[in-house]
Each structure stands twice: as structure tokens, then as C-alpha cells.
Design a protein around this ligand. Structure first.
Ligand SMILES: C[C@H](O)[C@H](O)[C@@H](O)C(=O)CO
Ligand SMILES: [Mn+2]
Length: 412
């Protein structure tokens, strides 16, 4: 179907496709660097990830250096319509030096900032509280040992400074998201002490104020991870309370709740108590497996909530998945485009009509309209968006993704 026919089909429902396309073009997605190299980083050190983050698979083409990762990212962004962001982890520093986590400085990330400026990308940042010998107990900011806590507090402080410098350099605030793997494999006798220690460490780490035009603090909860099945110190209730009391952003990772929970349902609820939300859009399969996101019901509901509840202005959309069984660049492209497709569908919904039916308790009308909308020609509007942005679709996209994947297959 042509775009003009699709436009007319949506106009029949009083939906303006041009307004939807204009809005979609303004929504940045923060693409996570760690899909490109299976969460390894560039520290020339080893250590287990901890907290249950684990990339599985051995598809060829893993980026081994910052230059390779940037080349893969450049290709991927060229396959994704719109202007987006990169979410960088602290273990992805780009330097010949080998600073420990409590020694990193902005200069160790300067090549990323220069590159981001050149590419017109915003940057977001994350301290790395895993894959380090001082995290091997699966305890960091809540560790009973003061020295280990201090080490991680210093890391966290430095990351906030680095993120703020990134935000300043790129004239767009960098979200600095804190996730720690802290927890216990078996049932602890004292759940209070580690939570008190985590609270004190976070307070110490975030004591220095930063301009919100440069850096925004976020905290990320988790239900459980492999190796910390019995207790996660930074649980949802812990961070929800912390974010409300301290005025930080709350990060909702779609893989960090019970598999039957609807994370989209949480958006309106938490938005009444926190100003801004960070999303880690992911696809948990039975557990926090971080599969590449599909255009499925969970993602669609997330997009619907963002649009229907008017939360796009105070939600930062980040992605969090890592699949090493498929082309890593294709994973980025497919996942990011799926997030955009879900947003487009939400932007093309006749919200006034749907909400009127609901307000009138006309659930039949709500259901029949919702189901009829599924037959509308979303694909034609998406193709138009990609055409206008000079980005491939369909067979051309598939061929381009395959060509790039083949070109990096020789990396060992
Ligand atoms: C690498 C990220 O920090 C990590 O995925 C974190 O966000 C998470 O979700 C841990 O399960
Ligand atoms: Mn996450």
C-alpha cells in the first residue's frame, strides 16, 4: 500500500500520520554499547559479570576494540531512522592506560566523546559494579567491608563526574544509571544491614550536586539474578523509595520483575511519585535473559503507556539486551527499530475515541476499536518514515545487515 493510501486510512479514524511521523522523529533511543561485545568491555582485566548478567552464544563478529565497536555502532545507526544516543558502561574506556575503577577519569573516555560529537549522538553512562575482583562476593556498595564499599563509592563518584563532563561537552544531559549486582545466593539472616549499607553508600556517592543540564542520576532495581536468588539488596521497593526520597530517576528494566508482571503497568503508577523514568527495554524469557526485543505485546503496551499517559517527555528510553547467538549489529538494529515501530503504532492510535469509550464504561466499544485498529496499514507509514530518513527497509535492510555481518565475521 502507498503512504498516501495509508494516510487516508488513518485519517478515516481521525489520526494524523504526519503528526505521528514528526513526533517519532523527535524520540531518541539510547542504544546500549554492551550488545556489541557481549558485555566484555575494554579493561584488559577479567572477572565474572555477577548478578546474573550473562551473554550466551558465539556468533562471529564480536567487537574487540573501541574502534571496532564504534564502526559497528556507526553501521547500526545508519540502519535506524532518527537521531539517537549511546549508553556507555564505565568498563568501555578507551585508553592505553590501565586505571582501576576507582581511578578512571574523563580523559579515559575522551575518544568516545569526540566520536559522539562527530556523529551527533548524545551519551549516557553507567558505573560498572561487576566483572571485577572487588565484586566477586556479589556485594559492592553494600559489602560489609568498609574498604570495599569505599572503593565502589569512589568509582561511582568518578562516573557521575565523567557523565557530567560528557553531558556538558555534548550539550545534552547524560543519564548516569546505577545498577549493582549485590545479593545473596541463599537466604540471609539480616536483610536490613546490607540495605542500610547500600543506602549510605549511595548517599555518599551522590553527595556532590550536579547540574541537571549535564547529568541525571538514575537507580535500577532487580528482582533476582543467577547467584543471588535469595535476596537482591537493591530491590524494587528499595530503589522506588530511594528515588522518591532523593529525587533521582527510577530505572525500570523489563527483565527485572517477576515474569508475569506487566512492567508497562508500572509507568503511570511510578510517574505519580518520581519526576523522570529511565526504561531498560528488554525481553525476559522465563528469567532476565535479555533477548532482543520483538514487536510483541509487552513492547507495544510499553509504547502505548508512554503515549497514552503522556510520559514521553519525562521518560528516557534505553535498551538492555545482549544476544551473542546472532549478528550483534543486526540485534541492535532489529531491537531499536522494534521500539520505534511500537512507538509509531502508539502514536497512530485514536486516543480520544478510546478514552471516551473507557470513560463511558463502554468496554465493548473499547475492545472493538482496539481490535479493528490492528488491521490498519502501519507498515506503509513506517516505510515512509524510513524513506524520509534515508534508511533501508525490507529486503534491502536484510541484505545490508547480512553484508555487514559477513564483513566482520573474520574477527576472532
Ligand atoms: C550492563 C547493564 O548495566 C546491566 O544489564 C543492568 O542494566 C542490568 O539490567 C543487570 O541485570
Ligand atoms: Mn538493565
Amino acid at each position: 500500500m502507498s503512504y498516501e493510501s495509508a494516510k487516508a486510512a488513518f485519517a478515516d479514524w481521525s489520526v494524523d500520520t504526519e503528526a505521528a511521523l514528526a513526533k517519532l522523529a523527535e524520540i531518541p533511543i539510547s542504544m546500549h554499547c554492551w550488545q556489541g561485545d557481549d558485555v566484555v568491555g575494554f579493561e584488559q582485566k577479567s572477572g565474572s559479570s555477577g548478578g546474573g548478567i550473562q551473554a550466551t552464544g558465539n556468533h562471529p563478529g564480536r567487537a574487540r576494540t573501541p574502534d571496532e565497536l564504534r564502526a559497528d555502532l556507526e553501521f547500526s545507526y545508519s540502519m535506524i531512522p532518527g537521531n539517537h544516543r549511546l549508553n556507555l558502561h564505565a568498563c568501555y574506556l578507551d585508553t592505553d592506560q590501565t586505571p582501576d575503577r576507582d581511578e578512571i577519569e574523563f580523559r579515559h573516555f575522551a575518544p568516545w566523546v569526540d566520536w559522539a560529537k562527530d556523529q551527533g549522538l548524545g551519551l549516557d553512562f553507567n558505573p560498572t559494579f561487576f566483572a571485577h575482583e572487588k565484586a566477586d562476593d556479589n556485594l559492592t556498595l553494600s559489602h560489609p567491608n568498609q574498604g570495599i564499599r569505599d572503593f565502589w563509592i569512589e568509582h561511582g563518584k568518578r562516573c557521575r563526574d565523567i557523565a557530567a563532563r560528557m553531558g556538558l561537552a555534548l550539550a545534552t544531559p547524560a543519564v548516569n544509571n546505577v545498577w549493582v549486582p549485590d545479593g545473596y545466593k541463599d537466604t540471609p539472616v539480616d536483610r536490613m544491614a546490607p540495605r542500610q549499607r547500600l543506602e549510605h553508600s549511595l548517599n555518599a556517592m551522590m553527595a556532590d550536586p550536579h547540574d541537571k543540564t549535564e547529568m541525571l542520576d538514575a537507580v535500577e532495581s532487580k528482582l533476582f539474578g543467577i547467584g543471588v536468588e535469595a535476596c537482591t539488596v537493591g530491590s524494587h521497593e528499595f530503589y522506588m523509595g530511594y528515588a522518591i526520597r532523593k529525587g533521582t530517576m527510577l530505572c525500570l528494566d523489563m527483565g527485572h520483575f517477576h515474569p508475569t508482571e506487566n512492567v508497562a503497568d508500572k509507568l503511570s503508577a511510578v510517574s505519580l511519585s518520581v519526576n523522570e523514568i529511565l526504561l531498560h527495554v528488554s525481553r525476559p524469557m522465563r528469567w532476565d535473559s535479555d533477548h532482543v526485543i520483538l514487536l510483541d505485546d509487552a513492547i507495544q503496551q510499553m509504547a502505548h503507556e508512554l503515549v497514552s499517559a503522556d510520559l514521553l517527555g519525562r521518560t528516557h528510553i534505553g535498551l538492555d539486551f545482549f544476544d551473542a547467538t546472532i549478528s550483534r549489529t543486526a540485534a541492535w538494529v532489529i531491537g531499536t527499530r522494534n521500539m520505534q515501530k511500537a512507538l509509531l503504532r502508539a502514536l497512530l492510535a485514536p486516543w480520544g475515541r478510546l478514552k471516551s469509550a473507557e470513560d463511558a464504561l463502554d468496554c465493548t466499544q473499547r475492545l472493538v476499536v482496539t481490535e479493528e485498529l490492528k488491521d490498519l496499514p502501519y507498515g506503509a507509514v513506517w516505510s515512509e518514515f524510513c524513506d524520509r530518513m534515508g534508511v533501508a527497509t525490507g529486503q534491502t535492510l536484510i541484505a545490508d545487515l547480512d553484508r555487514y555481518s559477513q564483513s566482520v565475521a573474520g574477527r576472532v
